[in-house]
Each structure stands twice: as C-alpha cells, then as structure tokens.
Design a protein around this ligand. Structure first.
Ligand code: ZN
Length: 311
C-alpha cells in the first residue's frame, strides 16, 4: 500500500491577474494561501499554492498568474474539471455565496450517486463542489465568512476529457493501481484504495471533440502523490519501461517531482509527500512571506519590485 500512488497530490492551473486570483481563492471560496513563491523558471511571475489548514497533499491547487495570458479552451487531452469535497448540507450556502459574489455557477446535479455544484473561477476554470458519500475528515481552513460547517476540505476528484479512455485508463489501472468503479453513459469513474480522499479520477469520453488549448483558466498538469523519493524513482522506471519520456527528478523545494505526458495527452506529474510546505516557514505562518528558492534569494529586491501588485 505505501509504495503506491495515493491519489492526487496537487493540481496546477494558469490564471490571468494575480490579485484577482488571490482574492477569489482566499476570500470568495476561502482556501488557505499555503505558499507564496515565484515560478522557478520565471521569477518575475508568482506561484501561489492554495490548500487546507495544514497544506496537506491532496488539497493543493497552484497557479501561475500571467497578466496578459489569453484564454484557454476546454477540450480533450485535458483535465477539464476540478472537484472539491464539501460537507453534507453545505451546497445551499455555496449557491447563495456564488450568487452574492457574482460567481458563474450551475444548479446542483447528481452523478455517481453524489450531489455536486459546478462553478467557474474568474478566468473560467471549471470546478465542482461535491458532497462525498463518505465523510471527509480533513482539516478545513476557516475564514470570517466560511466556517467548518461549509468549508472546502480538499480535492475529491478530477475529470479528464478524452476522445478515447483506453490509453489513459491503462496508466491509471496498470501503473497507478486505480480500478474502474462505475460507468454512467460516457463517464467513467476510477478510484484507488490507497488514499482516503482525492482518490478519484473521472474520465469523460467524447469522441470527435477537439483538443483543448492550455492557457488562462485551464489546468496545466495534475500531480499524483507518492510517499517518498524511493517510491518516486520506482515509478520512474515503470513509466520509462513503457517507452514514455519522463523527466529526471526535479527538486520543487516542497516536494520532488517527475513529469511525463500520459498517452492520452495529459501532462502528469508524480510528487512526493516530503518535505512539505513547512520546510521554509512554520505551519502557522504558511503563505505569509514571499518565499524564494535559494538561487533567487540574492535577487529578492529586484524580484519584489517587479512582481505584480497584490494589495
Ligand atoms: Zn506540479
């Protein structure tokens, strides 16, 4: 069990305006900013990490905000929906909140036996708030407006849109240890029993649909969770043995990573639980300082001057 993929680690998406992104995620939907850093490949761009109270893997949504990015388009070869879990009885609260904050949303619906509510973030990124069948015990972040009775717990599922589920399903079931749990028309639900939550990958099979375009308001990649670097490198071998290109191990400061494009076209990452977000600031101060990787620390003043205004 412990040498398996244990669900989703984080999801990374692309946003436009940084201040608008920060306001929406921390105020409107009440996530915790658990890390404020820069894009390691482009230090004049922020990298925001939002999560639950303790910044646990499986709750982390990250953004690169690029002020002048054009809008992406949902389609195949993409993660098209991000699903969060919320407590039973909270959907009415969220409907009212979306109405008050001019958030675009849809009426509640049901799939795979679970009630959910769809909404869009200010860049058009698509989400679902789902009441899971099993109570989610993860620690929520509470704000003045959103207490634990309603607060988002962390990821529940993602949806990958694809013209043909088979190539991606092969990776999920034969390499990652997921099982097909249920099918509803063209929707397939895969689940791993190696995680208590963030354990679901749904696929929507839409033959003939155009490939999506990754830009503003779309998911860049999804990272799956492994326990440590030893497990990470064991997966590297498994994936390379399929003839797929996979990167070397990359140090992301808060986790170690590998990236590969799965045969269905979605960029997958594998990321370790160690060392976690409290490696460079204490848990109670997560997200309150601008943290720079060591290679940029000597340029801090110049970087701080160029980064977009958040206040
Ligand atoms: Zn990532």
């Amino acid at each position: 069990m412990e040498n398996q993929i244990s669900g989703i680690h984080h999801i990374t998406a692309i946003a436009g305006n940084a201040k608008r992104n920060l306001g929406f995620y921390t105020k409107v939907i009440g996530l915790r900013l658990v890390k404020k850093t820069v894009n390691f490949d482009d230090p004049h761009t922020y990298h925001f990490y939002y999560g639950n109270k303790n910044g646990a893997p499986g709750t982390i949504l990250t953004f690169f905000p690029w002020e002048s990015i054009s809008a992406g388009r949902r389609g195949t070869r993409q993660v098209t929906e991000i699903g969060y879990s919320v407590p039973e009885g909270s959907l009415d609260f969220w409907l009212k909140r979306f109405e008050e904050h001019n958030v675009i949303y849809n009426k509640t619906a049901k799939k795979f036996g679970e009630q959910y509510l769809t909404f869009l973030d200010p860049d058009g990124l698509k989400f679902e708030l789902t009441v899971p069948q099993k109570t989610d015990t993860r620690l929520p972040w509470e704000t003045n407006d959103i207490d634990s009775e309603y607060a988002i717990r962390g990821f529940h599922n993602i949806t990958i849109t694809t013209a043909d589920i088979k190539p991606t399903a092969y990776i999920l079931t034969e390499i990652f240890g997921y099982q097909l749990m249920e099918q509803e028309v063209n929707r397939y639900r895969f689940i791993t029993n190696s995680a208590d939550n963030a354990a679901i990958v749904d696929m929507a099979e839409v033959p003939g649909e155009k490939a999506g375009h990754v830009a503003g308001g779309s998911v860049h990649h999804v990272a799956f969770r492994v326990r440590d670097e030893e497990t990470l490198m064991a997966y590297r071998e498994k994936i390379a043995s399929l003839g797929l290109h996979i990167t070397e191990k990359i140090d992301r400061n808060y986790f170690y990573s590998l990236y590969f494009r799965e045969p269905g076209g979605v960029l997958f990452e594998l990321a370790t639980d160690n060392p976690g977000f409290s490696v460079d600031e204490p848990e109670e101060e997560l997200g309150t300082h601008l943290k720079l990787p060591v290679q940029y620390e000597s340029r801090r003043k110049e970087i701080e001057e160029v980064l977009p205004e958040l206040g």
